[in-house]
Design a protein around this ligand. Structure first.
Ligand code: ATP
Length: 438
């Protein structure tokens, strides 16, 4: 069942996935804080990406570059000049809009989405980078920018990584971290925020292999979302029109997700050519090339970049997993999250708070904690606790009841089927491990 945005925003706040930031002060400009469940899930999204992009490959290494770095990076990369969105003001209500997001009305004119006026200013380029000052003086010589993408860290460290990792093209550098953009119109919950997290790979290839690797990464990245549970019908790969391409790109395709308001980008896969390495080489005077000792060839690699948003992707996983059904005549909400993404994989629940059950439940908890992220909850009727775990996507519940004291076994309940089976405590770790595929 497709969720609507209100369902997800409500659940995210009520259960502790995502809170509006600075809520006690009335909130702050489309910023969000990730609560106890959200922080687990976001970490799981990033770990799933890291596992697939770094751990399970021999040709990719990781990097964690500084967020605040030399402004010369952004001059050389073209971001100071080109990282802009076209901004228009409504002269009637003073609201600001991204011109490329406004749909012309049937009369052909652009209308302000708030007041419907057609009295809009000409579009002007608005740079999306957040500017600040590094050091005690607020003057231009100390100007610095928060990175608007994690990429560039990869390029300026190209020689460092090449030398220390002993990789050769085709090889990649992966990075996950915060990026900042002063978006004109943030919105749709965490789809577009000014502070967000990205997961980016820069994959360096011989120039004549760029087309092949571009196709490879488009397929590979599309399947990553499918493998983690997004139905194929909610995903598509959309090649960019020529006029949409970024200043560095020779070709881009987006992995798009069917959001409640329509298709939206989760990830862009771009052929950045040798644009960045050449630009940094020219600006810094350092050679950023690969020298193939066997053939004697020296060349600037091309770069294929799959660039995904972690926070936006987490929201897509929530939307795709949201479902409602009926159990024993009662309606329930269930997040059918892949166990690798669920905030908790297991909930340990003593049937009652009686002194006799709690120590056994805590013993079971201690057995399971090393292999799974576990919740522990001893209050309320068991049925309500199951509903709560269903609603936050916990794949397995382990219940300790009075029989457990006699038979040294627990009840294992499956989130999706709600089927319950009895498992001896000394087999519970193996059983949970095999069910989670861990
Ligand atoms: P859009 O067209 O939506 O502004 P973009 O094409 O500028 O996105 P990229 O520069 O390709 O985005 O960034 C790669 C990924 O980073 C995007 O696919 C998206 O998942 C994520 N991302 C970009 N901007 C934001 C944002 N403001 N908030 C949340 N995620 C973002």
């Amino acid at each position: 069942m497709a969720a609507d945005m209100e369902d997800i925003v409500r659940l995210a706040k009520a259960r502790g996935f995502i809170f509006p930031s600075a809520e006690i002060y009335g909130g702050f400009r489309s910023t969000y804080d990730y609560g106890p469940l959200g922080v687990n899930m976001l970490r799981n999204v990033k770990n799933a990406w890291w596992r697939s992009m770094v751990q399970l490959r021999h040709d990719v290494v990781g990097l964690d570059a500084a967020i605040l770095s030399s402004p010369r990076i952004w001059a050389a990369s073209g971001h100071l000049e080109n990282f802009t969105d076209p901004l228009v003001d409504c002269r009637n209500c003073q609201e600001r809009w991204r011109a490329d997001h406004l749909e012309p009305a049937p009369d052909g004119a652009l209308h302000c989405p708030k007041c419907e006026s057609t009295d809009l200013t000409e579009a002007r380029a608005f740079n999306l980078m957040f500017k600040t000052f590094a050091g005690p003086l607020d003057d231009e010589s100390n100007a610095a920018y928060l990175r608007p993408e994690t990429a560039q860290g990869h390029f300026v460290n190209f020689s460092n990584v090449l030398r220390t990792s002993r990789k050769r093209p085709p090889f990649g550098i992966a990075q996950v971290g915060k990026s900042f953009r002063n978006e004109i119109t943030p919105g749709n919950f965490v789809f577009r925020t000014r502070e967000f997290e990205q997961m980016e790979l820069e994959y360096f290839v011989p120039p004549d292999e760029a087309a092949k690797w571009f196709d490879y990464w488009c397929k590979e990245r599309f399947e990553w979302y499918v493998e983690l549970g997004i139905p194929r019908g909610m995903l598509r790969l959309r090649p960019h029109e020529k006029e949409e391409l970024s200043h560095y790109s020779a070709g881009t395709s987006d992995v798009e997700f069917l959001f409640p308001w329509g298709w939206g980008e989760l990830e862009g896969i771009a052929n950045r050519t040798d644009y960045d390495l050449k630009a940094h080489s020219a600006a810094s005077g350092e050679k950023l090339e690969y020298f193939d000792q066997a053939s004697g060839d020296r060349y600037t690699p091309y770069v294929i970049e799959p660039a995904a948003g972690a926070t936006r992707t987490m929201m897509a996983f929530l939307l795709a997993a949201y479902d409602t059904d009926e159990v024993a005549g009662e309606k329930r909400t269930v997040l059918r999250l892949d166990p690798r993404l669920a905030p908790y994989q297991v909930a340990v629940l003593p049937l009652s708070r009686k002194d006799t059950l709690v120590p056994v439940a805590q013993e079971v908890l201690r057995l399971l904690q090393p292999i799974a992220m576990c919740d522990y909850d001893e209050t309320q009727a068991i049925g309500r606790r199951y509903r709560r775990q269903d609603e936050i996507g916990t794949p397995l519940c382990v219940t300790v009841d009075f029989e457990s004291l006699e038979d040294h076994a627990v009840t294992l309940r499956d989130r999706d089927s709600t089927v319950q089976v009895r498992v001896p405590i000394d087999r519970v770790v193996d059983e949970v491990r095999s069910r989670l595929g861990a």
